[in-house]
Ligand binder design. Sequence first.
Ligand code: ATP
Length: 233
Amino acid sequence: MLEVSKLNKFYGQNHAVDDLNFTVASGEILCLLGANGAGKTTTLNMLLGFIKPDSGHAVLDGVDMYHQRADCREQMMYIPENVHLYPSFTAVENITYLAELAGVKVIESDIKDVLIRTGITETQLVRKVGGFSKGMRQKVAIAFALLKHAKLVLMDEPTSGLDPVATQEFIEVVKTIKERGTAVLIVTHDLLCAHQLADQIGIMSHGQLKQLIKNDGLTLPNLTEQYFNQFSA
Ligand SMILES: Nc1ncnc2c1ncn2[C@@H]1O[C@H](COP(=O)(O)OP(=O)(O)OP(=O)(O)O)[C@@H](O)[C@H]1O
């Protein structure tokens, strides 16, 4: 489980992340929403160890994510807005290579099984990924997260630029990660995706987590209203 407590980041006078507190349990999905500049990416970058928080902690299953970065890296998977793969490799070859780099032991038949489960077809399995769409490249990354048995998956704007069918496929695939007991944190502007996927929805504004909503019986119009209320207040 991911525990974020009293996390702060300043850029000069700008309090980019202001005393952030939340937890994401195993098998739970938290979607962080918020306007441009709200502090979502800065939060993600601190969790990834790319930037140092000024104060506060982020802990993954008892391990400090900034100070014990190497230990945490093994346990987590970051899926950026655009997944970069080796274009002249097939999906299986890409995962084999990524697994070697990460020291993860995988066998080809398992890679194929997981890729098929994430929605890569038999025909696509033998193709080089150079022609893969954004959604297909995401599926390959998610397959690797599954093979890696990641405890935490972090995603940045995963549905931007995906068509509605690809978005729906993405939502179904992410549900399989959740079912494996992985904690998932998604930074997004996509209210529909957050509504369909999240167990908790956080709304950030000016570096602060203004609202943390349980997605239990919440309607999309209700979520939309709560989102806009944050910015008209
Ligand atoms: N490297 C940096 N140097 C200085 N200020 C920064 C830096 N990165 C982000 N900021 C500032 O920190 C604040 C939070 O930015 P951040 O990128 O985290 O927002 P965001 O919610 O991810 O926005 P978006 O939805 O546009 O990606 C903004 O005021 C931004 O200008």
